[in-house]
Design a binder for this molecule. Structure first.
Ligand SMILES: [Zn+2]
Length: 58
């Protein structure tokens, strides 16, 4: 698997998970499986054009 740099963050005090793709796209959901499925579907989610240039995650 070539997942690249993917992150899933959990917000303490809530049931919300935030998935962050290596392309800078983000998605929030309560189901970890949904987050990972979304991350691994990388070409199918749009990269945020607004974040182009000078963005470093992690
Ligand atoms: Zn992506």
């Amino acid at each position: 698997m070539s997942a690249g740099r993917l992150r899933v963050e959990w917000s303490p005090g809530s049931d919300t998970l935030t998935g962050i793709c290596h392309c800078g796209a983000r998605r929030t959901a309560q189901d970890p499986a949904e987050i990972w499925a979304w991350l691994l579907s990388h070409p199918d989610h749009p990269a945020p054009a607004a974040l182009e240039g000078g963005v470093s995650l992690g």
